[in-house]
Write a protein that binds this ligand. Sequence first.
Ligand code: PLP
Length: 383
Amino acid sequence: MPDRPAILGGAPAFPNGPPAWPRPDPGVAAALAAATATGAWGRYHGDNVPALEAELAAFHAVPHALTCASGTLAVETALRALKVGPGDEVILAGYDYEPNFLTVHALGAKPVLADVAAHNWNLDHAALDAAASPLTKAVLCSHLHGGLVPMPDVCAWAAAHGIGVVEDASQATGATVAGKPAGTWGDVGTLSFGGTKLVTAGRGGALLFRDRAGFQRAKLWLHRGTQAWAPLSELAAALVRPQLAALAAGTIQRTARVALLLRELADVPGLTPFENRVAGSPAYYKVGFRYDPGALGLTREVFVSALRAEGVAFDVGFTSLHAGRSPSRYRAAGDLREATAAGLGCIALHHPVLWGSDDDVRRVAAAVRAVYEWREAIQKQNF
Ligand SMILES: *Cc1c(COP(=O)(O)O)cnc(C)c1O
């Protein structure tokens, strides 16, 4: 039997809690020093925003990139670049980031919820046919929790129907999908530099374009004359640049840590890692699992509390978008069975611990195993 878990009074696996994010980064510290030394931090127009946009375009091998104030604004701008407006329909997964759903509403369009795939609780391309109507203007797909949406299938379907694609890679910055960077499959891709994200400026976002017309429409929308009304600041851009330069190496490291974690957890029942059937490498903003309370012997909420007590950043996933929401606010394509299951059964490990050592990852796995071994005592204490 492993040592008593923290939720039962034992010593936590990580006594100081989960690793802080962002972590100390010498590249960021140097960029900050340079920005204060040159005055770049306080300027409207400097070198950093245009340099970052060029670096984002080069990193993703697309002709155009634009930065803006948030990932949510990037999604809105992307939909506007595809001319989504009142009366249109936008297909998205029934299990997705809620602000994306609300962004569709903000444009006066109607969200149409498509089901997610059972193996990774990300948008299922096979659900698109049932979701389409003559009003469909765009598909908005997000790669979530280490899952990958099969973009080649989504894009082939969308092209055949004359429908636009927005690929939200906010949780997959640095990922690849079928040989191309995440965010470059759709007509427009979006990224977030929000405070928990893999590349962070506290706030911020970006758009990636294959097509010049969409890029021009987005740029126009983000400006009032010569003035950008919700830009990424020069300082934020300066701090993102060194993180982008180091991103590929970090992705390789986190991918190896996730492989180790999944090997270490293979014998714990009730925790099924998301499985991707499209080739690629998710960047692992989160590591998602399908949680089975019956097999693990603890409710999802108690399991997450027990791991939190260990200093391990497991969380429950999103609420599914249709749960508790008036059906007048969306159209459902089918019974959304898997999206419902995802809302009730998803758990995810947050990425910062994956930037540490192999030993940290083994400690996470040992904490999970200890909670599992002590499940009966934990369940008794909580009821
Ligand atoms: C974080 C995130 C965004 C954008 O979030 P902002 O905080 O507005 O930058 C968009 N989509 C998904 C899936 C996200 O996780």
